[in-house]
Design a protein around this ligand. Sequence first.
Ligand code: PLP
Length: 454
Amino acid sequence: SAAAAADPAAGAAVKAADRAHVFHSWSAQGLIDPPAIAGAEGSYFWDYDGNRYLDFSSQLVNTNIGHQHPKVVAAIQEQAAKLCTLAPGFAVDVRSEAARLIAERTPGDLDKIFFTNGGAEAVENAVRMARLHTGRPKVLSAYRSYHGATAAAINLTGDPRRWPSDTASAGVVHFWGPFRYRSPFHAENEAQECERALAHLDQTIAFEGPQTIAAIVLETVPGTAGIMVPPAGYLAGVREICDRHGIVFILDEVMAGFGRTGRWFAAEHFGVTPDLLTFAKGVNSGYVPLGGVAISAEIAATFDQRPYPGGLTYSGHPLACASAVATINAMAEERIVENADRIGETVIGPALREIAGRHPSVGEVRGMGVFWAVELVKDQETREPLVPYNASGAANAPMGEFAAACKRAGLWPFVNMNRTHVVPPCTVTEAEAKEGLAALDDALTAADAHTTGA
Ligand code: PLP
């Protein structure tokens, strides 16, 4: 994919307008310099200065189908010409078809779809459904998690971004999920980690009062917090605990769903069916904002004769649904989920393990599909993170140097605290994956300089 000819003057104008009027997410507005991007195709995007980047971030782990997939672009254009918008109270062909295609792929009897505009709204509504279904107030979620930036979603989130809004966290209780590399359970193996994490959850529930708990919310594979694949048996254990106490099990697959882990949904890896499953991102690769909740027959029946008190003007937006239909069909026709699985198993996983063996800055690599984390440490023995937890700004210089080295080599990395996540589109080719991994390998030399081994 050839980038358009360089036009630095146009890029400078875009940047100036951005600086004047755009207020950016999660940022000190005066300290950022957002790059101006001119275009994108497949696994690449490019700026106005003639730099082309291999996108190992998938734009916040989102463009599973790659940039500008022609079938999805055409479907949006066709839908725009036909019917741009209609209130959620009507039956619309693309809305019905998107719901059918999603329900067909979700596990078990999650056969009703409530559409939202993104992931956080999906989490908000899943929690509301669980509270109304059970008549109970509390929701349990894990430390080391991300569930979105709106009121309920940010309070469920188990990372420092929750702290400023903590006064609103009534009714949310956090617990530790399994994560052997930094285990609070001091487990010696995966089986012990699993057993101790389940015992800890059991105890948390006993002390909170099971009859007060509406739901347990977990990311199937926690993503933003570090792509921590749960040990075999953990999610089945949580399912059993939920069943024992009549607690609604919510799996958040906003990031892990729609091919990212090499399955349509990550829950398939673990043979688990939740009562509610939240999705967004990969459902249509974010071409038009879309998310939703897949609802079990039992919870859906709660609202058969009594209204569900929730809704959004743009719920099931025709442009978003048309792009979801085209995305899901293209992913099936082009075997894109299978590609993610194969590239993860045969290219990314083996390469990262080999890279880990050569760099003193790599503490652990873990993942599945096109969903991998490289955890950078100061010291492999103590596992001290390369930058402190909750690092920001100047304190994060080592990761900044690593990211800059990637970008100089034409690779756009995903960086969060002391980790880089290898999360290219599910469509990434073997050659592209190898090109990106080679650049990442070189850039890790910048991180090695900050280790005790240097
Ligand atoms: N849940 C998970 C697991 C996520 O990864 C995210 C976003 O990264 C969200 C929820 C929030 O989604 P959104 O940013 O679309 O509101």
